[in-house]
Design a protein around this ligand. Structure first.
Ligand code: GUN
Ligand code: ZN
Length: 428
């Protein structure tokens, strides 16, 4: 049985950061045909209705049909400590994050928070997340089981730490390798789930542990690898002291085989020219986490410069260092950071980052993050008049961008009119 979703549609024929906003495709009366959980056709509503008279029609009126949001860097175990006051990165980790992550030794608690996280992200129109779990292997099981129950395409890995963390949150190079490998074999490529090799960051991994992660990645090169890079200047200094032989922060990963396409580096704000050049050459991705970067006081990521240099950039909430589960709020923060850097991002560029850009960082842009035939039907429908303030501004819009931008800047979960996972209405 096929279904025809009718409404406004927004998709992309290219990368608007590199090629300009004109690569976006908007139809004021478009349609998306869904068959067997995939997008079978995208076009004008009248044309598709005529061509597919047997399809069941769902008409969203002025609602905007888009690919669902892809959140390329989150910590699902930090769901319950979002919006914790007053600390910068290292104190925030020690004071809030590590005590909370220790609770994930309890599988029932991990199940509860995994479910809560995915219900919140789905309610915000996010159809794929790439998450860190905790040190506990069961925290990966909890997340993947919750994602599988919802039919989601999802990415996760066991966070590995063997130093500079509380005793009960430390593994060893060998146990990190063994546990990660076992989880990888159990979950990677089962249904829509992918395992991600996950050393937390160089301050909490010895060179031996990073080396073991590099060895595991060489054995499973189709996996992604995620970690953090140059988020705060104090952290960069700390890394310099911990790795006196390294050329820079990136080098602590590079020398252990953790720099190539498929590497996801969260934050990456304070980079040297050498680091930027190596990231570009290797095809690794940088994940911009704007609400986190302002909330924890980390700095202003140069999205436009990195994208125009040819570096893959994804967008993410980084909950609970980030202050919102909403990719709309995240786009707003990316816009504001762009303004502070003198390079405001166009709404088409923001929307692309939250969908195709993040999917491309995850090397999944052929599957998710756009409206195109053959892609999985993970969709969001946006109400462009979800609050009185947004409605009155959008009401005088002269084009789709003016109509969409008030929702980007002021929207939240109230703007999410519908969510589809592989074509089916999401439960949340
Ligand atoms: N660096 C290492 N771990 C973390 C984390 O959990 N959150 C953020 N924002 N940065 C980190
Ligand atoms: Zn993070």
């Amino acid at each position: 049985m096929s279904e025809l979703l009718v409404g406004q549609t927004l998709s992309f024929a290219g990368d608007p950061l590199r090629e300009g906003p004109q690569v976006a495709r908007h139809s004021a009366r478009g349609a998306v045909l869904i068959e067997g959980g995939r997008i079978a056709a995208v076009g004008e509503a009248d044309d598709l209705r005529r061509a597919h008279p047997q399809a069941r029609v769902t008409d969203y009126g002025r609602g905007l049909i888009s690919a669902g949001f892809v959140d390329a860097h989150v910590h699902y175990p930090q769901t319950a400590i979002i919006a914790s006051w007053g600390k910068r990165l290292i104190d925030w980790l020690n004071g809030y994050t590590f005590p909370e992550e220790a609770r994930f030794a309890d599988r029932a608690y991990a199940d509860e928070i995994a479910a809560r996280h995915l219900d919140l992200t789905l309610a915000n129109g996010t159809t794929t997340v790439c998450t860190y779990a905790t040190i506990h292997p069961e925290s990966v099981d909890a997340f993947f089981e919750a994602a599988r129950a919802r039919g989601l395409r999802a990415y996760a890995g066991k966070t590995c730490m063997d130093r500079n963390a509380p005793e009960n949150l430390r593994d060893t190079p060998q146990s990190a390798y063994d546990d990660s490998k076992r989880l990888l074999h159990k979950w990677h490529g089962t249904g829509r789930l992918s395992y991600v090799i996950t050393p937390r960051f160089s301050p909490t991994s010895t060179p031996e542990q990073l080396m073991m992660m590099g060895a595991l990645w060489r054995e499973h090169p189709d996996c992604l690898m995620q970690t953090h890079l140059s988020e705060q200047t104090d952290e960069v200094e700390w890394v310099r002291g911990l790795f006196p032989q390294s050329r820079d922060y990136l080098d602590t990963y590079e020398t252990q085989g953790l720099l190539r396409e498929g590497a996801l580096f969260g934050h990456a704000i304070h980079l040297t020219d050498r680091e930027i050049a190596r990231i570009r050459e290797t095809g690794a991705a940088l994940i911009h986490c704007p609400t986190s970067n302002t909330f924890i006081g980390s700095g202003l990521f140069p999205t436009m410069a990195m994208a125009q240099a040819g570096i893959r950039v994804g967008l993410a909430t980084d909950t609970g260092g980030g202050s919102s589960f909403s990719m709309l709020r995240t786009m707003a923060a990316a816009y504001e950071i762009g303004q502070l850097r003198g390079t405001p991002l166009h709404p088409a560029q923001l929307w692309w980052l939250a969908t195709q850009g993040s999917a491309r960082a995850l090397r999944a842009d052929h599957l998710i993050g756009n409206l195109a035939p053959g892609m999985e039907a993970d969709l969001v429908v946006i109400d462009l008049a979800s609050t009185p303030a947004i409605a009155q501004r959008a009401g005088r819009a002269e084009d789709i961008w003016e109509a969409l931008f008030p929702t980007i800047m002021m929207g939240d979960d109230r703007a999410i009119a519908d969510v589809r996972i592989a074509g089916r209405r999401a439960r949340a």
